[in-house]
Design a protein around this ligand. Structure first.
Ligand code: BGC
Length: 765
């Protein structure tokens, strides 16, 4: 393999973007850190070093104590390097005091938590957040999360999850930014900037943990924790870029993933954790395992706990989450010559360096302030930011006859179990968010509707009547609320309510924990009970708006054929109801665009816009014999990547190019004129794709390379110009060299990946 190009490009970036002065400053800082850590380590025993590699949970103490006896004893013995799952200034202070005052070396602990989409103020789930295509908004969300998390004593977040996924069966697609490596990379960068700020020593900054390294989203059949087997070209071109982008943005730590990669589990994968991450990409931080992923190497078939712990350390893993394989076996392995002292030292050094970078040796209590805890969380400003982010994340999938925005008169029938609920608003992976602080849809709609609208409500159905789905869709003890009435009674009540109204707003879809970890689904439609409800509502003949909650692309073919308007709101977070109310009534005109393709049927999965042409291409609707298609369904998705409507409409001119023949490092400019052809002001995300139809390998039909967001008043026109350089033409060839090849390139600009204007250029070296 030739990785040279990638590596030298990364080095060049450090020098040019950072500038020489900064490199010098970083060097001085690194020397000071080196000296400090070397001195510290020279005084540490082997046991104390191994203790630093051990990450535990708080132990769920129930009576009085902050951590359970085992954890307390472990801290005092110097057997613990970090804790996760514990927050709140009093608790964190007490536990930090245990480490700082009661251990021989006085080394502070690092405090981590799964702060995935907000800490106390909950933002939309990451897949929803990605639909904003708005980097400042995303960075601000991460910054607020960091500020709230640090206000409660935390200094490390297990986020961002940057796993690309092209399989909506996988429950964790909800935790990522969708299918596209370029967009995923922009989002990864924005999140690292938001979390880590200008310096991790700042009281309101946390260290990010980029996860899950790597390729977890490529799990076979979308089944949780399943095998990943992938060609190197696909890996480099489509799946690895967001991890690399997060690293380049300065991410302090990485988390290894549960899955195997071409036969070797990530947690014991030397190629991944050392050759790629450290030697080729130059990562200087530390790598933590996922929850018991060291122990799970035994189930992967790699040997007993001692063997797998040694394998993981040697592969480049520094910290062991929960499983205590390192704690229990590394000393023995060292005495038996199965690991080297230098390997333990290196891991310990990296963990201590992380604490140094966070400023914990200067002040182990640096962000522990009762005042900040009382004043800085769930503030009005934070809630306002969450609301704004939610509004920008909503995707208008359909709007027949301009049914939306709703009129502020008449009667609305609000139907659905999700319409009158608080906990489901927050989405999956919420630990510190309080459901009681979230705004329900009914409350938000009533507020936005104002006094002249009558809002009726009926539950209509449970989330699901499938006992298995009902049983399994839970997380952290949170279960779906059920109504024990017979299903038909609830439907009858909903139909009666609908008949009294001018318009029906059905709030349907997935409950929060039908996605997320360990929530893969083989059927990604709206649960059957709710579909029955929708069918009954359609029969009333009333105009129907579906407000869709979902943590993944759903199959919505029937719904798209029968329902007048569909607004996808994902799981919007604390301000759910307020955001939904304001968008339904047009106080904000939706602008979100989906970042993962919505298939027509699960049979089309994996389905993504950047597919290959094949030797017998067929695109569009229908099918044709002896072409690459199905005989029972067309190839095209229900909603393509980048799709999303507005209450207004936009017209695109053809693409105007500055030239059609280019040489070497020239810059091409491509311009379209976008016109607001509707009656409302609105925001559009103008997308640039580049296609490379002739190359030494078969390339994706197109790849996203840039986008611009513009705001247009009715009738207003704007020219949107993209500069394109050979950077945008590069790809990993079959020798894994990252370069461009001369020839024809297609420049496509449009409103989504399937609806573009196209022009071509010739570009020679
Ligand atoms: C998940 C990680 C998470 C960790 C700690 C694991 O099960 O895969 O994403 O950070 O638990 O809660």
């Amino acid at each position: 393999m030739n990785f040279k190009k990638y590596t030298s490009a990364a080095l060049l970036c450090v020098v040019t973007f950072g500038g020489f002065a900064q490199v010098k400053k970083q060097g001085a800082h690194a020397n000071k850190m080196d000296q400090f850590v070397s001195q510290l380590m020279s005084k540490m025993t082997l046991d104390e070093k191994i203790g630093q590699l051990n990450l535990v949970t708080s132990g769920q103490a129930t009576t009085g104590a902050v951590v359970n006896n085992g954890v307390e004893a472990g801290i005092k013995a110097g057997n613990i390097g970090g804790i996760f799952g514990l927050y709140g200034v009093d608790k964190v202070r007490k536990v930090q005091e245990l480490a700082v005052n009661n251990t021989r070396m006085h080394i502070p602990l690092i405090f981590g938590l799964d702060v995935i989409h907000g800490h106390r103020t909950i933002f939309p789930i990451p897949l929803g957040m990605s639909a904003t295509w708005d980097m400042p908004l995303i960075e601000r969300a991460a910054k607020i999360a960091a500020s709230e998390a640090t206000a409660e004593g935390l200094n490390w977040v297990f986020s961002p999850m940057v796993d690309i996924s092209r399989d909506p069966r996988w429950g964790r697609i909800s935790e990522g930014s969708g299918e596209d490596p370029w967009l995923g990379s922009q989002i990864a960068k924005a999140m690292i900037k938001g979390y880590q700020g200008t310096s991790m020593t700042n009281a309101d900054a946390v260290m990010a943990c980029v996860k899950h390294f790597a390729l977890y989203g490529g799990a076979e059949a979308g089944r949780e924790y399943n095998t990943v087997d992938m060609s190197l070209i696909k890996m480099y071109q489509d799946y690895l870029p967001p991890y690399k982008a997060a690293l380049d943005a300065g991410a302090g730590s990485f988390m290894s993933s549960f899955n195997t990669i071409n036969g070797v589990p990530a947690t014991a994968n030397q190629w991944l954790l050392t050759d790629l991450l450290r030697k080729q990409w130059g990562f200087k931080g530390f790598v933590v395992s996922d929850y018991t992923s060291v122990n799970e190497l035994s189930d992967h078939g790699l040997g007993d706990l001692q063997t797998v712990s040694a394998l993981a350390l040697k592969a480049g893993l520094d910290m062991d989450m929960v499983g205590e394989g390192f704690l229990k076996t590394l000393k023995k392995s060292l005495s038996e010559g199965k690991v080297a002292k230098a390997e333990i030292d290196m891991a310990c050094r990296r963990v201590l360096e992380a604490k140094y970078k966070l400023g914990l040796f200067d002040n182990p209590y640096k962000s522990i302030s009762a005042e900040r805890e009382a004043k800085n969380v769930l503030t009005n400003a934070n809630r306002q930011a969450a609301k704004e982010t939610a509004e920008h994340s909503f995707v208008l999938l359909k709007n027949k006859g301009q049914l939306l925005p709703l009129k502020r008169s008449g009667t609305i029938a609000l139907i659905g179990a999700l319409a009158d609920n608080h906990s489901e608003m927050l989405g999956t992976w919420v630990i510190a968010g309080d459901p009681n602080k979230s705004v329900s849809v009914i409350d938000g709609v009533k507020r936005a509707a104002g006094p002249d609208v009558k809002v009726l409500y009926a539950r209509g159905s449970n989330f699901t009547d499938d006992s298995l789905l009902n049983e399994r869709a839970w997380f952290f003890g949170m279960k779906q609320q059920r109504d024990d009435r017979p299903a038909q009674d609830m439907i009858d009540e909903a139909v009666k309510t609908a008949k009294k109204a001018d318009v029906v707003v059905a709030v349907v879809g997935e409950s929060a924990n039908m996605t997320g970890e360990s929530s893969s689904r083989s059927d990604i439609s709206i649960p059957e009970t709710q579909q029955e409800l929708l069918r009954a509502l359609v029969k009333t003949g009333k105009p129907i708006v579906a407000v869709l909650f979902n943590g993944r692309p759903l199959t919505l073919t029937w719904e798209n054929d029968h329902i007048d308007a569909m607004l996808d709101v994902w799981a919007p977070g604390t301000e759910a109801g307020n955001a939904i109310g304001d968008v339904l009534f047009g106080n904000y005109n939706p602008s979100g665009k989906i970042t993962a393709t919505f298939p027509r049927s699960v049979g089309q999965i994996p389905i993504y816009y950047a597919h290959k042409n094949t030797g017998r291409p067929f695109s569009g609707k229908g099918n044709a014999k002896f072409r690459s298609d199905y005989i029972d369904i067309s190839n095209d998705p229900l909603f393509p990547f980048g799709y999303g409507l507005s209450y207004t409409t936009f017209g695109y001119s053809p693409v105007k190019l500055s030239k059609t023949n280019l040489k070497g490092n020239e810059t091409l400019t491509a311009t379209v004129t976008v016109t607001n052809t509707g009656k409302l002001s609105g925001e559009e995300t103008v997308q640039l794709y580049v296609g490379d139809p002739v190359a030494t390998i078969s390339r994706s039909v197109k790849e996203l390379k840039n986008f611009k967001k513009i705001m247009l008043q009715p009738g207003e026109q704007k020219d949107v110009t993209f500069n394109i350089t050979t950077q945008d033409l590069k790809f990993f060839n079959n020798k894994l060299v990252y370069d461009w090849e001369p020839g024809q390139f297609n420049i496509e600009i449009g409103t989504n990946s399937a609806d573009t204007h196209k022009a071509s250029v010739q570009w020679v070296k």
